[in-house]
Design a protein. Structure first.
Lengths: 508, 482
């Protein structure tokens, strides 16, 4: 077989982790998390995920920032009877998200190294399979393939929360599954409708299809339900705090860092180009929902007593910036505002992926030691865990949007864009600078600073090498993107311009 | 028409049924000489018979649609695929049942014998080209099913289920026969192609008297499928029958029911599509709703799978409701793949049972993830497939039906179907929840022969394999009915 490595790069990125996961499942657990077999599993899992990162570096290196259209494309017939293709490709919107996915997974595996005692092989297998499926979502160019990856992804996450989660894990994971399943099936109806219009499931075919305004409105709403649940947007966000609180640390990290991004990605990949007029019609509503998420959910976050819940709500508020940035598109009379908002939303997705992942890891570090997520159970952690506290303060600052961290870049771009659009949008959006700082820093104050609160805190041991490694890698990434975001923005500029151009052409 | 003179070639086309009848006699007589201790020999003779039957099916397949026996019998690609599938599922049923029957002291030759006679009935239905042939096949199947349900005659619930099944089944048969008599009276023929010709030649036939007969026929069909409101027998029989019998009823006969509806409504009364579509729509939507909602409340897994069957029947009927080749092909694909999943699911219920203990409650699945990680994984595949979650084949089955429904212009109906699917997902997820998220109450080791385990594993992996590569089966279904 004549296999050209670079032509199948995306397939390798998808199937390598899945194959690794299946391998782990076949070898199986022996009921002892300390055995040499369990140790071998961990090494296999880590190796597979690290090799995936190396392959993804190939993707980064080979990606041409100046090129328009899809790169690394692959196309083969999959289900001929339905005209479905195994069609893959990436552009400036999906490449950063694939890199993020590949980057986060090994960190999750390192974090869970010896904290998972129950069936570790299955745990690691679930994460590897999930990684492959998520990369599949970001690279699929055929709507049905996209849908298959999108839905299959629920299975490993359902099990991760349900098997390795907290006390109310069954409730949380069923809610997670059914909520997202319900949102997604309507997207399937839209796909089948578009299939009827175009005779295939090719996304570009969907984008080129002429559609009436009514059809576009229905399609937009069908997509909106799928993506708004995933983002999640107010008022369909209620599954997220439950899922986050009950999920094991690794699950929370993947959920926050990557799965939420699927919703944002869906808007730019599907909603905007397929139903541009429908999107324009609903853009006012989308902006309103985004601002509600930013302001109202910000206040909700302020009131939380559970650290994971607080970060979950903060995620919803931060994801509000993403949707705000995307749907500002029609609020300008020319100028560069549209591109700025869009790029801001994209940067915010990547940055939030890193920061929220890091925040959940920090909570995980504390939880592993004290087995409580309550803010009130801590106090004065800085006295016993100085290194950890330094990291946590850094990530909290980043979460609050401190200049110099990645959190600043995306939020600032979106706020500037909204200033160009409408003063009140900007006013409400900018309130996050206060609210975000308030809820994050208040939590940090209560957990990290002050006197040692109790014996548990007094007995805390600082980070071990493994935890240090993971947090350090994330801290460096947050700072790099904060100080020098140009490579990231350059990667998506051409695609964003192309997208704005495409959305600008009415289908009517 | 070559029909009116019987010749040797006719017998060749009907060779599978004739062979099976002969083999049934062989099994019947051979079983007399086998004592209880060596009853497994009857099993092997039956399995050999089925293998031989498969070979005959392959060998005798005509290249094109062939109508024989004065127009009473047809052999076409549809009958061929359904028969091959039915033979395979009966063989799978025997395979999964053997150990259970032996362990529970009901390992009787009659199980295999009645199973084979039922198969004969199914094959006659699949090849029926006249209402009378269809009725004969239906009764052959039904009578052996009644007897099968009662096979454990000392078991009160089985006896009750058999009685219920028999009485309701008899009423349904009567209804079907009454409807047939009206159709015969109006069109002057029992053969499907002649009925179709009569209706298209004289459109004035498409009126109340024929619709009256049609309504009774649909009652019979609805009963056979277990569609609401003719579903009352189904949960009771599924629960009351011993699990191998439930497995038998839940698999191959569904394919015969599909033949029943396709032959009568599509082949025979296709011109009345508008009329029967309205009736089918009502029972299909009711089945969808009742099946999925009531399944949520079940604690007995056999009963739950019974209600879930009713929900799936709703999907199949909605595919046929479309009245398009696409819809019929989708129905065929759905039924074939559903039966694969049902066979696997009941196979696992049997696997969990042991001497004197039927694992028929959902709670028996608790902790299966640790007791038997492999079969828990298999059950998970089957449940996700039934729930219609990709990448399992159940997703493609639902996709095809929904696609057919949307193409026929019923987008609202498609949305309803999908919403019900989400509700249905809950009770399938509950099985997975019990298997993986709960501690085991029962620590007994699963006992099964290696051959059963292998077949069961292949059966379950098939729902994943077909989900990843559904193209060929889909193309086949479209080729046959599209």
């Amino acid at each position: 077989m004549n296999m050209d490595f670079s032509q199948h790069l995306l397939s390798i990125l998808i199937w390598l982790p899945i194959a690794g996961g299946v391998l782990l499942l076949i070898i199986g657990d022996d009921g002892d998390a300390e055995s040499s077999r369990a140790g071998l599993m961990r090494i296999v899992a880590l190796s597979v995920s690290v090799v995936t990162v190396l392959v993804s570096i190939g993707l980064y290196a080979g990606f041409d920032n100046a090129a328009t259209g899809m790169q690394f494309t692959e196309k083969a017939s999959w289900v001929a009877a339905l005209n479905v293709f195994y069609s893959l490709g990436v552009d400036g919107l999906s490449t950063p998200l694939i890199l993020l996915t590949a980057f986060i997974t090994p960190l999750v595996i390192i974090t869970s190294w010896d904290t998972i005692k129950l069936r570790p092989a299955q745990y690691f297998a679930a994460f590897l399979i999930l990684e492959g499926l998520m990369i599949g979502v970001f690279s699929a160019l055929d709507a049905l393939l996209f849908y298959v990856f999108w839905e299959s992804m629920l299975i490993p996450m359902f099990l991760i929360i349900g098997v390795w989660g907290g006390k109310r894990r069954v409730y949380a994971t069923l809610k997670f599954f059914l909520y997202t399943f319900l949102g997604s099936v309507l997207m399937l109806v839209a796909f089948i409708y578009l299939y009827g219009q175009t005779g295939g499931f090719d996304l570009f075919g969907f984008m080129d299809a002429p559609l009436t305004l009514t059809a576009q409105k229905f399609i937009f709403i069908a997509f909106l339900l799928a993506f708004a649940v995933k983002v999640p947007m107010w008022p369909v966000h209620t599954w997220l705090p439950d899922a986050h609180v009950e999920a094991p640390t690794g699950g929370s990290v993947v959920l926050a860092a990557i799965m939420l991004k699927m919703g944002g990605y869906g808007f730019v990949r599907l909603s905007l180009p397929i139903a541009p007029d429908g999107s324009e019609y609903f853009s006012g509503m989308m902006i309103a929902l985004s601002l509600i998420a930013v302001v109202y959910i910000g206040f909700v976050a302020l009131m939380q007593t559970d650290m994971k819940k607080l970060i979950a709500y903060s995620s919803i508020a931060h994801m509000g910036f993403v949707t705000l940035g995307f749907f500002l598109l029609w609020s300008f009379d020319g100028g560069s505002g549209a591109a700025l908002g869009m790029a801001g939303g994209m940067v915010q997705m990547i940055s939030h992926g890193l920061i929220s992942g890091a925040m959940f890891l920090c909570v995980g570090v504390l939880y592993d030691r004290v087995h409580s997520r309550e803010i009130a159970a801590y106090g004065g952690v800085a006295n016993t865990m100085p290194i950890f506290s330094a990291f946590m303060v850094l990530f909290a600052m980043a979460n609050a949007g401190l200049p110099g961290t990645s959190g600043f870049v995306g939020e600032f771009m979106v706020i500037i864009a909204s200033f160009k659009a409408n003063f009140w949008f900007a006013f409400l959006a900018a309130s996050t600078l206060i609210l975000g700082a308030a809820y994050t820093l208040w939590m940090v104050k209560r957990v990290i600073y002050g006197e040692v609160a109790n014996d548990n805190v007094a007995a805390l041991k600082d980070l071990n090498g493994r935890e240090f490694l993971v947090l350090a890698i994330l801290a460096i990434s947050v700072l790099i993107i904060g100080l020098w975001p140009a490579p990231l923005i350059d990667m998506m500029n051409v695609t964003i311009e192309q997208l704005i151009e495409q959305v600008g052409h009415s289908k009517l | 028409m070559t029909g009116h003179v019987m010749n040797l070639m006719d017998y060749l086309v009907a060779a599978p049924e004739i062979t099976l009848l002969g083999l049934i006699c062989v099994v019947l007589i051979a079983d007399l000489f086998i004592d209880n201790e060596h009853r497994v020999r009857t099993f092997w003779i039956s399995m050999l018979s089925l293998a031989l039957l498969l070979a005959v099916l392959g060998w005798s397949a005509p290249d094109a649609r062939t109508v024989i026996f004065s127009g009473s019998y047809v052999s076409d690609p549809l009958s061929q695929i359904l028969k091959v599938a039915a033979v395979i599922f009966v063989a799978i049923t025997f395979m999964y049942s053997r150990d259970y029957l032996r362990a529970n002291d009901i390992h009787k030759g009659e199980f295999y014998l009645l199973g084979l006679i039922g198969l004969l009935g199914m094959m006659i239905m699949m090849s029926a080209n006249s209402l009378l042939t269809m009725y004969l096949g239906l009764e052959t199947l039904a009578l052996s099913q009644y007897a099968l349900v009662a096979i454990d005659r000392n078991n009160v619930t089985s006896a009750e289920a058999a009685m219920k099944y028999f009485i309701l089944g008899a009423i349904a048969s009567g209804s079907l026969l009454y409807g047939i008599s009206w159709i015969y009276g109006m069109t002057g023929s029992l053969q499907f192609h002649e009925i179709a010709a009569a209706v298209s030649a004289d459109p004035s036939l498409n009126d109340l008297p024929l619709w009256f007969g049609l309504a009774f026929v649909i009652v019979g069909i609805g009963f056979k499928f277990g569609a609401v409101p003719f579903h009352m027998w189904l949960p009771d029989v599924y629960q009351g029958a011993r699990t191998p019998v439930t497995l038998y009823i839940a698999t191959a006969p569904k394919l015969a029911a599909l033949a029943l509806i396709l032959r009568i409504l599509v082949d025979g009364l296709g011109a009345l599509h508008e009329t029967w579509a309205a009736m089918i729509l009502v029972i299909a939507v009711l089945s969808l709703l009742v099946g999925n909602f009531v399944a949520i409340a079940q604690t007995n897994i056999k009963r739950m799978l019974g209600y879930s069957t009713i929900g799936h029947v709703g999907f199949v009927l909605l595919a046929i409701f479309c009245g398009t080749g696409q819809g019929n092909a989708a129905a065929l694909f759905y039924m074939l793949t559903y039966v694969i999943a049902a066979a696997g699911a009941f196979g696992i219920v049997i696997l969990l049972s042991r001497r004197g203990y039927d694992a028929e409650f959902l709670s028996d699945f608790k902790g299966l993830g640790t007791r038997s990680p492999w079969f828990a994984l298999m059950m998970m595949f089957l449940m996700f497939s039934m729930a219609g979650v990709p990448p399992f084949v159940g997703f493609f089955a639902k996709l095809n039906v929904i696609s057919a429904v949307i193409d026929s212009g019923y987008t609202g109906l498609a949305v309803l179907m999908l919403l019900v699917t989400v509700i249905g997902a809950y009770y399938y997820l509950r099985v997975i929840w019990y298997m993986y998220f709960e501690e085991a109450e029962d620590q007994a080791v699963l006992q099964a022969s290696a051959d059963t385990k292998v077949v069961l594993s292949l059966n379950s992996v098939a729902v994943l394999a077909l989900g990843i590569a559904p193209g060929w089966l889909l193309a086949l279904c479209v080729q046959i009915l599209g």
